[in-house]
Design a binder for this molecule. Structure first.
Ligand code: CMC
Length: 390
């Protein structure tokens, strides 16, 4: 019955055609709709990048303003949705809450879930993009027992997220422009990365005709793992565990990462596609230096450990031979921590950023010809046998 290629981990399988993002892992190149990520990170902003990813071209001034206004009109979530949060334990991991509430969004938009209608697809995309920061900040507020903040439409996308995270009714919250710039960059650098595990999950779920809220919720679940989006949280936990910046101590952890009998890996190192420096990591490292020096935290002990660790690993034959370089998440956690975002919210921030990538891929797939994703397997179980007679 036919011939199937066995390709565990999809090391050699293109699952779709896509015009959104191009990666050359050998050369360390990442392009969104043809534009290099470093140029976008330095000259564009997250909302403009979101438009580019979703619609294929940079917006004109009018298109940009219109898009931004439309996003602002959809930042609030239905009051009933707040009740969903209250069903969770206060100490629930925010990623578990996020998986639930994003899937739950579908329950509020039954009248606009006809994925064959362009208008319904577009409004769902806008709703997801606009509401993700609100939902994410609500996860944090619920965790720490503070009241939820409503979004403020006079703020930019990134500022609004910071405001909803950190403002409380007792004192005025002043948005630090350094933080606002940094969070916008973090959003941009995580916005899309072609067929990674979570995006492939979104496409697979979407290929069944499932509604976009359900698909993005599936993507969030796939992102949560430490080998994917959970890596930024794992990096900070690792830097904490390493603890001191002495050469011998850091070397001990590098040696552990090389030891095949030890499950310890250098989190934030290595990538399935990049066999050269991750271009996002370069910009992230620069941003990290900028943010910490502007905050007078250039001597931050975790930053020192991270830099020394990177240096030692990059000179080590094990990492050189396997072409293991720091990835996007090696420095993002240090920036997030400096902004005041707690470690367990790091992957949630990644989910907020990646939502536009997920939606763009879902939209691209649903707008074209697609088939239900249905891989086969190599069966390794019993041959046919008879049920024992009793
Ligand atoms: N520390 C130590 N050794 C490593 C590491 C690491 N971080 N990453 C890979 N290796 C070794 C691995 O043991 C293997 O060695 P050998 O050939 O001797 O068996 C070789 O390098 C190839 O690794 P692999 O696991 O076959 O590579 P993969 O493409 O399946 O995995 C990865 C890629 C990202 C899951 C892996 O590098 C990893 O676990 N890194 C740490 C987690 C991490 O930082 N993830 C974030 C990825 S970027 C953000 C995102 O897109 O989500």
């Amino acid at each position: 019955e036919g011939f199937f290629t066995y390709d565990p981990g999809f090391m050699a399988t293109s699952s779709c055609q896509s015009a959104i993002t191009y990666i050359d892992g050998g050369k360390g190149i990442l392009l969104h709709r043809g534009y290099p990520i470093d140029q976008l990170a330095n000259h564009s902003n997250f909302v403009e990048l979101a438009y580019l990813l979703l619609f294929g071209e940079l917006p004109s001034k009018d298109e940009y303003e219109n898009f931004e206004r439309t996003i602002r009109n959809h930042t609030m979530v239905h009051e009933q949705l707040a009740n969903f949060y209250k069903g969770f334990r206060r100490d629930a991991h925010p990623m578990s809450i996020l998986c639930g509430v994003v899937g739950g969004l579908a329950a509020f938009y039954h009248d606009h879930l006809d994925i064959t209608r362009e208008e319904d697809r577009r409004i769902s995309a806008i709703r997801l993009l606009a509401k993700m920061p609100t939902l994410a900040a609500m996860c944090y507020k619920y965790n720490i027992g503070q009241p939820f903040n409503y979004p403020r439409n006079d703020l930019t996308y990134g500022e609004n997220f910071l405001y909803m995270m950190f403002s409380n009714p007792c004192e005025e919250y002043k948005i630090n422009p350094v933080f606002a710039k940094a969070i916008d960059r973090i959003f941009m650098l995580h916005a899309d990365h072609e067929q990674n595990a979570s995006t492939s999950t979104v496409r697979l779920a979407g290929s069944t005709g499932a509604n976009p809220f359900a698909c993005i919720s599936a993507g969030i679940a796939a992102l949560w793992g430490p080998a994917h989006g959970g890596a930024n949280e794992a990096v900070l936990n690792m830097l904490d565990e390493i603890g001191d910046e002495s050469e011998e101590n850091i070397q001990r952890f590098v040696d552990r990462a090389k030891d095949k009998d030890d499950p310890f890996r250098l989190m934030g190192f290595g990538h399935r596609v990049y066999r050269n420096f991750d271009p996002r990591a370069k910009v992230m490292k620069e941003t990290c230096d900028e943010v910490l020096s502007e905050l007078g935290m250039a001597d931050d002990p975790q930053l020192k450990i991270a830099k020394r660790l990177e240096q030692i690993a990059l000179e080590d034959d094990y990492f050189i031979e396997r072409k293991l370089y720091p990835n996007v998440d090696f420095y993002s956690g240090i920036i997030l921590k400096a902004i005041g975002i707690p470690t367990n919210m790091f992957t949630v921030v990644f989910a907020v950023s990646r939502t536009i990538g997920w939606i763009s891929h879902w939209h691209e797939m649903i707008s074209g010809d697609y088939k239900i994703g249905r891989p086969r397997q190599l069966y390794t179980g019993h041959a046919q046998r008879d049920y024992p007679s009793k």
